[in-house]
Design a protein around this ligand. Sequence first.
Ligand code: HH2
Length: 257
Amino acid sequence: MGVVNVTPDSFSDGGLYLDANAAIGHGVKLLRDGAAILDVGGESTRPGAAAVDVDEEVARTRPVVEGLVGTGAEVSIDTSKLAVAEAALDAGASIVNDVTALRGDPEIGALCAERGVGLILMHMQGTPRTMQANPAYDDVVDDVKAFLAERMEVAVSAGVEEERIWLDPGIGFGKTLEHNMELLRRLPELRELGRPLVVGASRKSFIGKVDGSEAGDRIGGTIASSVLAFAGGADVLRVHDVIEMAQALEVAGAILG
Ligand code: HH2
């Protein structure tokens, strides 16, 4: 899954693709580089990010979704707002990636059910504004697992077919370095939920906490984390640097057989 951020303030590529044509061009490049899905987002979820007005988020994302769907791409919309999800599905997106797991706009569940599209439910402790203040868990893997099981039940009650749900531990969302490491290390335990796993470690700050690197200089750390996640059972890797990741995955897949 290649990331297309149509934002001025995303933590690693904010402002690069705010113009719709630039975002579409970037998405087309990611497809050529080997992405199977493009994740289009119009609001940064980095710690402390400013909230974006719903009309602005629709205006940022809808033309980009439309343009990319027009090239034949499978597109997911990274949003927790009903109107943004609806506009993107109208424009041809086929997956809603909700980092609040239906806690922001619960109606997204019914929308996905009605349209028969995919739904990604991600774990986050707190909100983007506060999540890194003091993350705490009894056992991070057990707690994330219980949360995802509960949110999956909520989605199914809203009418979403279980087969259309994907789950994501939410690397970097209300987690310390050790929480992130433990989730990546113990990813196979989340397989027990029986649904495909999405993992987004790309360029995140936990990598910088290990080696001191800045966000734009974390490809090696992204690949290490993502390949280990793949070996641990991840089905979808959400990354910014698709060409490097595609090669790493092809080789890792060939070795693992
Ligand atoms: N991470 C980010 C955004 N959306 N969605 C899922 N399912 N999983 C993730 O790990 C995830 C996500 C944060 O990365 P990015 O979009 O690059 O940054 P920003 O939120 O600053 O735009």
